[in-house]
Design a protein around this ligand. Sequence first.
Ligand code: BEZ
Length: 218
Amino acid sequence: MQTTIETAITMPRIGDQAPDFTAVTTTGKLTFSDYAKDSWVVMFSHPADFTPVCTTEMSAFAKEADWFAERGTKLMGLSIDSVHSHLAWVNNVREKTGVYMEFPIIADIDMKVSKLYGMLHPGESATAAVRAVFFIDPKGVIRLIMYYPMNVGRNMHEIKRALVALQTSDESKCAMPIDWRPGDKAIVPPPKTLREMDERIANTEYEKIDFYLAKKDI
Ligand code: BEZ
């Protein structure tokens, strides 16, 4: 696919301020900045209502809603379907499985929000949003983005792990190594000066590979 200027300039990136918008959702008309105020937000798109992989994913978010709320995190879904379709699908899933998607799902019928967030990847689908996940912090900054294709569902364990890793990194001022999980040691920021380097070399408290790779309990 040829990359157009439009797709190039409308892809939000990590570190960007999350674009604000007002949209029709399953919980009513909603302005993102009001909904997101002082909260983490995990915003995710799905290709279409009444499709099998999407149903498994959105049900998983609904089942984990309390877990996210306990971590100060609001959920928000999106697809390029009407609110009538969303309502019928939410009700169908509730009737068939008992799982109720109570978080707002944006009815992005004019693709306004999908375009704003770079959720449309024309090489994958011209008419449906890909499976995106945006992690947005309480300052409204996009901190992590995941994109999955139409035929592969996301991993809820990884979505939860990534959120906890971001929040723990902010709190501890440490970085998280490969495969970090809650309870694991975290990486202490590497020294920036010769003096800090010597202090780190002398440090006996941390688990050290070398002065630039040291871990501690958090
Ligand atoms: C699904 O969720 O199953 C799906 C949606 C769009 C394209 C392919 C699969």
